[in-house]
Design a protein around this ligand. Sequence first.
Ligand SMILES: [Zn+2]
Ligand SMILES: [Zn+2]
Length: 316
Amino acid sequence: MNQLLAFVSFSFFVVFQLLGQAEHRNFQTKYIYILVIDGPRYSETYGEPTCKYSPLLCDSLKKEGTFYAHFSNNGATYTVPGHTAMVTGTYQRISNAGTALPKQPNFFQYYLKASGKDSTAAYVVASKGKLDVLVNTSHKQWSNQFVASTYCGPNGNGLGYGRDDKTFAKVTELVSDVNPPQLMLINLLAVDVYGHANNWDKYLESITKSDQYAAKLWQMIQENPVLRDQTTLMITNDHGRHLDGVRSGFVNHGCRCEGCRHISLLVLGPDTPKGKEVTEPAELIDIAPTIAEIFHFEMPTSKGKFLRGAFSQNDK
Ligand SMILES: [Zn+2]
Ligand SMILES: [Zn+2]
């Protein structure tokens, strides 16, 4: 009996040692970029049987990384709330018009504080001007501190909606710099805008265009001597759109239907298994604690879980 007890406790000891090592692992990743394709429905991206609208993401890019087949926005399925969940690691009620700041601090702030780097090390580059609220917070201890750089909207000034090609040009400029941002979130709006315009053909075309931007970004990273083999790219969405038969279908979003909540996540990078599919559910609020884990800073205000599956050969 004593021997058995000794063996059991030794086994626990070994397991905890291994877990401990996993927690404090050093990652090759030194740069993390998040590409948010705003508002495609899963049924027109990875869920389309032949994947014809996202041929690159579904094939060559997917083979390069770890894909989450059950990734969700479990909060409000709108643009500002979806992005807020991503950067703060919490779901919260927040205006979708960009008229209020997130209640909790974001990973850019935690990162800038912990690293001591200046504000150009962290960037939000967005076609939607209102997304400049993502870098600040109404939280008393964090308000107006460690605020990341932004280029949001047509003139980079947080007003209006800009074109994705202009946004991508800014991304290209930043990525090509001798000091590229360490942490960057990018938002591309065309899919969402053409969905709202009830333009099915342009909506699909924009999904394909975003597919090309995603591949182009990954290619630029691979060709860049600073970023290559040191950069993790996460490609995701803020929300989906209503299923056919739910309210106005693909034209809108914002409810808790499967179409609005089921989004996607593909992770590519030096620490990420290739060609792996994770079937365990994961969600938008898991992105922030994952960044905290990789960059070794604490983010006590976030509620999500580390996306272990994308950073280990075995775990789901
Ligand atoms: Zn929308
Ligand atoms: Zn819906």
